[in-house]
Design a protein around this ligand. Structure first.
Ligand SMILES: [Zn+2]
Length: 379
């Protein structure tokens, strides 16, 4: 790869480059590609490394919620990087989710990974955290199905990448899972045991996603209003990072579900460096839809009507606002043509909003200067 083509670099180069620094690299889920230029421009102006990502639910061989296949997503992100001339970014497959671990699902997952590798992805997150043996007598036994599926898929990625370095994220503890007492959090010994088992299988992730009290998307009060998410358990997160260090495991933590978290809390209280990757997804969709409210009111109303008509019957008792909020991502594929056909004023507003919001994220994450760290490490 030439330094001048602004293509994605290995996720491992970014995560390795910031290792030991008190910084979090932002990973943005780009459900609507229009925000990408603003994010890249802010990354360039603040010298911040960044991940551009979509989860399996958002982008698969049929397009997912976003209507973008891995090939489409890759092309759009490369175009945006080229247009802004930004070089320190990774193209990441977020949540390659496995829910049953059966042969059919594993094979379909390999087809998706194959397409992602073909499309030039440089980083991958295997999420087999749903696989948990509740009858297991030891931590290792409980995690066994996750370890088996993660190992098989990681080996598949390694084979497909054919010697090229890549980023690898794995997940222990399903994010947002609740039992009778509330959110179920990952325990330090689970994190340690999981990585040790993977290492024994020659699988070496750089980053681990844990369940630490966050949920994906927005958090709501009893009336369906969006409220701040203050549930991330910072002491537990620190304890997991410390346990990994105590066992000589060089793996950082990926914080998922940041959208609802106040950025002043992140800025002042997040354990940066323990957390090395921060996923921001729904936030960028909000930037687009909030802009549409003013710039494209007719389109916004169509999106709203379609979403409510389709999802009201499936959500009895819920307020319209929450139904729209929770399901509007489903409308992106449906309205893809219209969303990408809006005028230059609308696109300019979206890009500018994405730019300004990215500045604030990069500052809150202390990621100013991380792009140079990575660039220098690559030399
Ligand atoms: Zn996530």
């Amino acid at each position: 790869m030439k330094a001048t083509d602004y293509g994605p670099i290995p996720g491992s180069a970014i995560l390795g480059g910031v290792s030991g620094k008190k910084a979090i690299v932002m990973a943005a889920n780009i459900r609507i590609a229009t925000v990408a230029r603003g994010i890249f421009k802010a990354a360039k102006d603040t010298d911040s490394a960044v991940f551009m990502e979509l989860a399996r639910s958002e982008s698969d061989l049929k397009g997912g919620h976003t209507g973008m296949t891995p090939h489409d997503f890759s092309e759009k992100m490369r175009d945006a990087a080229q247009a802004t001339r930004f070089d320190i970014w990774a193209l990441h497959a977020d949540h390659i989710t496995v829910k049953t671990g059966d042969a059919t699902e594993i094979n379909q997952t390999k087809q998706l990974i194959d397409a992602q590798v073909q499309a030039g992805y440089t980083s991958f997150a295997i999420d087999a955290s749903h696989l948990f043996n509740f009858e297991g007598k030891t931590v290792r036994q409980e995690l066994e199905p996750n370890i088996i599926a993660t190992t098989e898929l990681a080996r598949f990625i390694t084979a497909k990448m054919n010697g090229k370095p890549f980023g690898l994220e794995v997940e222990v503890g399903e994010i947002g899972r609740k039992d009778g007492h509330g959110l179920v959090l990952t325990k330090p010994e689970e994190a340690v045991e999981f990585i040790k088992a993977l290492n024994e299988n020659d699988v070496y992730p750089q980053v681990l996603a844990i369940a630490n009290g966050s949920t994906h998307g927005h958090t709501y009060d009893a009336n369906g209003n969006v409220v701040e998410q203050l549930s991330i358990d910072i002491p537990q997160t620190r304890a997991i990072a410390q346990a990994l260090r105590d066992n000589n495991i060089k793996v950082g933590i990926a914080q998922h579900g940041i959208t609802g978290t106040p950025r002043d809390l992140i800025n002042l209280h997040f354990p940066k460096g323990d957390i090395i990757k921060g996923n921001v997804g729904t936030f960028w969709q909000d930037v687009v839809f909030n802009t549409f409210k003013i710039y494209e009111p007719a389109l916004y109303k169509n999106i709203q009507d379609w979403t409510l008509e389709k999802y009201r019957p499936l959500n009895p008792g819920k307020k319209d606002r929450q139904i729209f909020d929770g399901n509007c991502k489903q409308a992106i594929k449906e309205f893809k043509k219209e969303i990408y056909a809006v005028g230059p004023d609308t696109n300019h507003a979206i890009e500018s909003m994405a730019y300004a919001e990215s500045l604030v994220f990069f500052r809150a994450f202390s990621s100013y200067g991380t792009a140079s760290l990575v660039r220098n490490a690559l030399k």
